[in-house]
Design a protein around this ligand. Structure first.
Ligand code: GSH
Length: 202
């Protein structure tokens, strides 16, 4: 099994954490969608990462499809409930985490554009989405040990990945001061080897 991605993409990191939690071996092929000579479109027509190449050469994307495949295809360390409302609620947390990552990536990329080309309003819109969504997630989490209750799940991986991407790309966005429940969750996640080994870096 081969994963195509980078050390910076939060969507790739979510997949890497799932692979680590489930103790699945894989080859990590570093390829950036922003490098001129990348070959990602040969396996994903969208030209986006992550792409997981299965042993029979079938490419899987996007990250939600990949993690669902990994979790349903293996019996150990289940990260999603098997069915029903509980499964949907984990996927809803994942959708929030992914949307936070999208806003964080968009605001970062927009911020890199030349003065005069970048839209401060567009950046502010993404940052506002991050702040309001994190406040809602903090309230939903409450005193619970994990996002969906007592068990660690894909929901925690998705939210933890988003928190670290915001910290990595927007160090001046102080999400910690107003969100003590998220701080507690994040501190716990950062004790897991899967999170420690995948901290984003350029
Ligand atoms: N919904 C996709 C999002 C993937 C995504 O946006 N990946 C970014 C890297 S963080 C990318 O490949 N961007 C290149 C592009 O959009 O051209 C997923 O969950 O996998």
């Amino acid at each position: 099994m081969k994963l195509i991605g980078t050390y910076t993409s939060p969507f790739v990191r979510k997949v890497r954490i799932v692979l680590a939690e489930k103790k699945i071996d894989y080859e990590f092929q570093i390829e950036s969608p922003w490098s001129a000579d990348n070959t990602i479109a040969q396996s994903n027509p969208l030209g986006q990462i992550p792409v997981l190449i299965l042993d029979d050469e079938t490419p899987l994307y996007d990250s939600r499809v990949i993690v669902e495949h990994l979790d349903t295809g293996t019996p150990n360390n289940k990260l999603m409930p098997a069915s029903g409302r509980e499964r949907i609620l984990v996927k809803r947390w994942e959708a929030l985490g992914d949307a936070l990552c999208e806003a964080s990536v968009i605001a970062f990329l927009e911020g890199k554009r030349k003065p005069g080309e970048k839209s401060e309003g567009w950046i502010a819109r993404q940052r506002k989405r991050i702040v309001t969504t994190l406040a809602a997630v903090n309230a939903d989490l409450g005193e619970q040990p994990w996002c969906t209750g007592n068990a660690f799940s894909l929901a925690d991986i998705a939210i933890g990945t988003a928190l670290d991407h915001v910290t990595f790309r927007h160090p001046n966005l102080d999400w910690r001061s107003d969100n003590p429940n998220l701080v507690r969750l994040h501190d716990k996640l950062m004790q897991r080897q899967s999170f420690i080994d995948t901290v984003p870096h350029d």
